[in-house]
Design a protein around this ligand. Sequence first.
Ligand code: NAD
Length: 430
Amino acid sequence: MATSDVVVVGGGTSSGYFCRGLADNKYGGTVTVLGAEPHLPYERPALTKGYLIKGGFPVANFATCAGRGLDKADKAWYSANKIDFRTGATVSSVDVARKAVTLSDGTVVSATTALVIATGARATTLADFKTRTDHVTAGLFYLRDVADTDAIIAALKAKPDARVVLIGGGYIGMETAACLTAHTPASITMVFPEEHIMARAFPPEIAAFYEARYTAAGVTLMPNSLVESVAVDGAGAATAVGLKSGEHLEGDIFIVGIGGRPNTELVAGQLSTLDKAPGGVVVDGQMRASADGVYAIGDIAAYPCKMYGGEVSRFEHVHSCRETALTAAAAVAGAPDATDLDYLPYFYSRILDLGWVIYGKTEGEVHTYGAMASTGTAKFGAWWVKDGKVVGGFLEGFADADEAELKKIAQERPAWPHTNEVLSKIGSWQ
Ligand code: NAD
């Protein structure tokens, strides 16, 4: 049985930042990373942006930690930092008590100091919602990793005038639809069960702005539409989806983006996990799980948010991946400045020629301001106000300085209305 001071299960974005954090803290022990994908860690957000727009480019071009403006961690970087990064290595079981993992080829590796669980999340499937898809052999896609995105790109190349149906009106639906406008499909249709797109974050007035831009870009939006079945031809290729309304929507390429689920199965029953929302592996502020020497980082980590009184939260977002990874790395390396993560929720997206950010919570009443121009540059924002305080903010068409102010406000949570000088500075857009 091989041993390593640190063993990381999973080779995604959080894994890449964890390795970077160990190197930055001059960790001197041995490190083994086991990742199932054939690639070194990459910046996953690029998939539904430049990668899909351009029809793919070398994965090394968007290796971590490019998202932080740092040098990209390529093969040479891992080797220079003496990190044994094994790609194509699927872990089939984890023995938390022994900090030992078994690979699908039977190899066992155990950690002497720290076992880090970084298994991420997977795309929620239609079957998870009891929509049968076992009869579908082609034409139905999910989008989580490079292989998924390459399969979509290949389908678009095989049929450039395809009718594309996007199932889901959240991040994947919105970003993928935007990417597809750079291709030549005969049609792009987005179906989702809510009244408007991005229902989990946007109030109706903000959603209406983006919906108008999508419509102008040639995307057909079908709100209040829940997919309940998939029809296939004789060869099993998807030809249509059946909606709850009874309607059938025909297409050639169907891309599903209906949420994500944390990959906790390898440690369920061994570590404290949450069955109910937010789900994931319960960790403390330094990503330590319920067993000694075991950590969880990235999409699966459910950690206490200091600024919300220790409320346990889990964020499926690259920013949380990076922060949880760097926090755990400092703890594992015994860095003198290792400390509990003080996380401020942050989300962003870039679509069409637009770009938005959210800091803080999207709860309570919403106050919008600025100009929601129907064409060209738009510059507007919103505040979420709860119990008389600003708890979160939104910006579209912002400058870096505006974003910095927004972040500060979301951290400080000043009283509403504009009692804060900074708040009125951004509000002066109105
Ligand atoms: P999401 O939760 O953002 O959106 C899911 C959408 O699918 C919702 O509109 C939901 O109502 C809809 N839906 C559910 N069942 C449906 C059905 N049967 N028929 C039609 N619509 C249905 O999830 P996502 O877009 O799949 O994103 C997956 C993960 O990837 C998320 O965790 C997200 O945070 C992450 N991601 C983030 C970004 C970003 O932050 N910019 C970009 C891409 C992906």
